[in-house]
Structure formats: structure tokens, C-alpha cells
Design a protein around this ligand. Structure first.
Ligand SMILES: [Zn+2]
Length: 244
């Protein structure tokens, strides 16, 4: 099982849970919201071979964490995965868009300088801005748009830029989410939960719940369940082999 976008460090008793996740999931990408959280989380989870930590600065906390921008850029050299980074243009966070843009451009620029990174990207309410930033930045590695919620034209533009998509049970519970999925290239899709900020029937999604998207994928892609699972595993293998 795979969860390509989890906030595992933000669950209550995250370390005990991480030990269980390490056994149940083959691969979990823990995205962080600030460089400080990245270093702390990397240390705490360092023994857990199936858990990987991304260096991030979440756009929702851009104002509070802007002082960590230098640490963020400096850390990219030593980080295999970058995230959560990106832009949020929703009403609550729109006022910091200029600052968010400066941070995001700095991150993309450094990822390009360092020969490319796998980047988990937030783009709520800012799909076009995110795509524009990626287009301007050029080759930054592999951008993985997490919980993409833009339109079909934006999805196509992102795909042309080489973007991948991580999709989760809550996204696929909506008609719009399933519609977007049907326009994604199936060899560039990965499962995610975005837990603990997502829930089903009142319970926070756990990193192993990402795999439940296989039944929706099976319907939308008209593929047997086993073939969907193998597709997702082979997508991850290709991404990690740097042949994406
Ligand atoms: Zn997230």
C-alpha cells in the first residue's frame, strides 16, 4: 500500500502510528509544513525504512514560516522529496499569495539547480498560478500535484508540463474529482490521504486508507482491481527509479 501525501507527524501519537504504518504500507511520503518540522520528523522517523519525509513549507503558513525560507532552500540539496509546497488562492489565504509565490518560485528554482526533485504540490484555488510557476521554472524534476481541484483545461496544461497527480478517497468521493481522474494519464497517478485532515464517516483517514481508491480507479479506468494495484505500484517504482 502507498500513501504519497500524508501528514503523519500531525496525528496524535505519530511515532506509534508511524511504526504501524511502516509495517502496513510499502511506501508513505510524509510531507511537512516547515523546514523545522522536516528536520524534527526526519530524525524521529529515521529508523522506519518505508517512511520518507519531504521538506516543505505549506502555503497556508507562508506568513508564519517565511523566516524559514533560507533553511528551506538550503535543505533542498540534501532532500530527496520536497513538499508540501505550493500556492493557496482560497479566500482564507489569498492575501499571502505574493509571499507564497516568492517562496514557491525559490523552491522550484533550487530544485532545478539541484538536478530535479520529486515535489508534492498544493494548488487549491491557484491551479493556473501553480501551472504558470512550473512552466516558468522549467525542469524542476517531477511535480506531483496533490488533490488537484482545478479545471480540465488546467489539468491538461499540467499534464503537458509533466505533472503527476496524487489522488485520495475524499477527492474521489465527488463527481468533480472522479471527472478529473478520468482525464489523468493512468501512468502518472498515485494514491494519497492528506490525513489527518481528511475523514470518512467521522474518522480521520489513516495512511493505509489511501489504497481504498483502487475500487474507484477500477471503475473509472475499466480495469480489474489487481491490474489497478499493479499500475499504482509500477507508477511508484518508475517515479523512484528517476525514469519518470
Ligand atoms: Zn497536505
Amino acid at each position: 500500500m502507498i500513501d504519497f501525501h500524508s501528514h503523519l507527524d500531525l496525528y496524535p501519537d505519530g511515532l506509534a502510528l508511524a511504526r504501524e504504518v511502516n509495517l502496513r504500507n510499502d511506501f508513505t511520503l510524509v510531507v511537512t509544513t516547515s523546514p523545522r518540522a522536516y528536520y524534527a520528523t526526519s530524525r524521529v522517523f529515521s529508523e522506519l525504512a518505508n517512511i520518507h519525509v519531504g521538506l516543505g513549507l505549506h502555503p497556508e503558513v507562508a506568513e508564519a514560516k517565511a523566516t524559514e525560507l533560507d533553511a528551506l532552500v538550503a535543505g533542498i540539496k540534501g532532500a530527496r522529496f520536497v513538499g508540501e509546497v505550493g500556492l493557496d488562492g482560497s479566500p482564507r489565504f489569498r492575501r499571502s499569495l505574493d509571499l507564497q509565490g516568492r517562496i514557491f518560485r525559490a523552491v522550484l528554482g533550487e530544485c532545478g539547480q539541484q538536478g530535479g526533485r520529486i515535489i508534492s504540490i498544493h494548488s487549491r484555488g491557484a491551479a493556473q498560478r501553480t501551472i504558470d510557476a512550473l512552466a516558468t521554472a522549467g525542469d524542476v524534476g517531477v511535480p506531483v500535484l496533490h488533490w488537484f481541484s482545478g479545471g480540465i483545461a488546467e489539468l491538461r496544461a499540467a499534464s503537458r508540463l509533466g505533472c503527476w497527480f496524487s489522488v485520495g478517497p475524499v477527492m474521489l468521493a465527488s463527481e468533480k474529482g472522479r471527472g478529473l481522474l478520468s482525464h489523468m494519464s493512468l501512468d502518472r497517478v498515485l494514491p494519497e490521504t492528506d490525513g489527518p485532515f481528511t475523514s470518512e464517516r467521522g474518522l480521520a483517514l489513516m495512511p493505509w486508507d489511501a489504497w481504498s481508491i483502487c475500487s474507484t480507479l477500477s471503475e473509472v479506468w475499466a480495469m480489474p482491481h489487481e491490474a489497478v494495484q499493479e499500475q499504482l505500484r509500477s507508477n511508484l517504482r518508475r517515479l523512484l527509479s528517476d525514469k519518470a
